[in-house]
Design a binder for this molecule. Structure first.
Ligand code: SF4
Ligand code: SF4
Length: 97
């Protein structure tokens, strides 16, 4: 189950559980049950951004150098970026226990 960075207690919630702020999914750590992580060989990356486009979790962001890197806080390890990468420079690596 996803974990909140800082989980509120029941006393912190408004009566009726009124949601006052939209977009709270950013607060949920969804990558902590991943079994594999994507590792990019930057020497083979052509900076095309296909991995960014295909990631179903919007977990990939562009770095200052123009490469694309997965935010492991959100990456679920599905491997789609690796399957779609033109140059095959993304390898899925097993997470350590
Ligand atoms: S493994 Fe899946 S969730 Fe993680 S960055 Fe690649 S496409 Fe996105
Ligand atoms: S799809 Fe592959 S080559 Fe293209 S930006 Fe992503 S890692 Fe680089």
């Amino acid at each position: 189950m996803a974990k909140l960075k800082s989980e509120p207690g029941w006393k912190d919630l408004d009566a009726g559980f009124v949601m006052r702020e939209p977009g709270t999914s950013r607060e949920y750590k969804t990558g902590d049950w991943r079994s594999e992580r994507p590792v990019v060989d930057q020497s083979q990356c052509i900076k095309c951004g296909i991995c960014y486009i295909f990631c179903p979790d919007m977990a990939i962001a562009k770095t200052e150098e123009g490469f694309f890197q997965a935010d492991l806080y959100y990456c679920k390890g599905c491997g789609i970026c690796s399957a779609e990468c033109f140059t095959g420079c993304i390898t899925m690596v097993a997470e350590e226990e």
